[in-house]
Design a protein around this ligand. Sequence first.
Ligand code: THU
Length: 138
Amino acid sequence: MSTSKIPWQELRTLALHATTLSYAPYSHVTVGAAGFTDSGSVVTGSNVENASYGLTLCAECSLVSDLTRQGGGRLVGISVVAGDGQPIAPCGRCRQVLFEHGGKNLIVDDGSDHPERTIADLLPDAFGPDDLDTRSNS
Ligand code: THU
């Protein structure tokens, strides 16, 4: 999948719409995510907070759940925005979650005309599935 095929404007629109579906009564920071897969499908997610704050689900986790329920696949591009429509930095945990489902070349929208920022830029030297294969004792 060529990165020039990623429909960034569509992803941004879907991510912004997803912020309207957030459950964020505690922080009031609504976050939406929209991703594009190697088979050309689109997946979305919204943050879902919890009264036990640490149990909050980020929009990216919600998106990965959507990806899995749609039958899986590899993420090639993702937009994550707050309610103002501007990109929001994926948190540390979500960088790891996104790495699992997109690998180092997954492009994370930075709001520019031609996004090139990868998850490897955001999470250098990531631990991932390959490490389990090569570092297992058995
Ligand atoms: N949030 C996300 O949904 N994704 C991120 O990567 C950063 C943070 C949400 C979690 C919480 O509901 C709100 O933003 C404030 O932290």
